[in-house]
Design a protein around this ligand. Sequence first.
Ligand SMILES: NC(=O)c1ccc[n+]([C@@H]2O[C@H](COP(=O)([O-])OP(=O)(O)OC[C@H]3O[C@@H](n4cnc5c(N)ncnc54)[C@H](OP(=O)(O)O)[C@@H]3O)[C@@H](O)[C@H]2O)c1
Length: 288
Amino acid sequence: MTATDTAKPQIITGKAKLAGVLGWPVAHSRSPVLHNYWLRRYGVDGAYVPLPVEPDAFVAAVLGLQAAGFRGANVTIPHKEAAFKIADVLDHSAQRAGAVNTLVFEDDGKIHGYSTDGAGFVASMEAAGLNPPKQAQALLLGAGGAARSVAAALQDCGLRVAVTNRTQGRAEELAKALPGLDVVPWNAWEQRLGTFSLLVNTTSLGMEGGPDAAFRPSLAHAGKELVVADIVYVPRITPLLAEAQSAGLHTLGGLGMLLHQARLGFQKWYGVNPEVDAATEAFVQESF
Ligand SMILES: NC(=O)c1ccc[n+]([C@@H]2O[C@H](COP(=O)([O-])OP(=O)(O)OC[C@H]3O[C@@H](n4cnc5c(N)ncnc54)[C@H](OP(=O)(O)O)[C@@H]3O)[C@@H](O)[C@H]2O)c1
């Protein structure tokens, strides 16, 4: 970001375009920082606000925002499945993810739902110049909501995808939802790493304040070309990424996914296709 961008005031007139993020809790969300940065940068008359909404109040809140003239909203934990249910129209990404993180209130009164997490991950890989070949095999650690959207997006790019999860039943459920997905036992993935060209951590392991912030698995069996990605973005370099870097492997952190997943909503609500560049990344990074 340039000094000119930081100096630009936000424009919020009586015609301002409004959106926000629904979550419970929502205080940790970086989306308000990001969207308001873009609003200032592109001189859009608009605002983006955090919307702390308890699960029981989700439907009333969405309908209330729509009645109040909002353009739509992002949806974060724990509302992504409720958002899937409330949408009148689900695009391909939402159907594949079984969840919605972006709601758009269209002029005809219909609520459209999208899941942009998986596409955000793929876009962040592409932006980093890490395009795995189509026949590549990816291994995902985790079988939660983020895993499903990333797995679906990678499959849609033509990759063969496997998942491994502490709770094996959850990985098997995921394999039922996404045909073609392989399941690797949690206690065997480190030994089988040599068959994969992309490893993605989609668990909360390695996250500051998460279940095990020190999570640093062995990459001793990795091939030389393995790309190691972590969708955790606090800290920026997780212990897994540090291990990969010390082994001389290509790595990708989770901040790019966070920034890229936000683009579709911004474009739909505010009418500008925002750029994810070093300035955007630096601005959001400063908020941590
Ligand atoms: N970069 C981004 O834009 C972005 C977007 C979405 C999410 N994320 C991050 O992705 C992570 C997962 O999010 P989510 O929504 O998918 O959460 P989720 O649905 O709650 O899934 C959590 C996953 O972590 C695993 N896990 C938790 N504690 C574990 C432990 N002690 N040992 C082994 N596995 C453990 C769970 O395994 P079990 O099934 O065995 O419990 C599950 O696979 C979070 O850190 C979130 O911040 C990042």
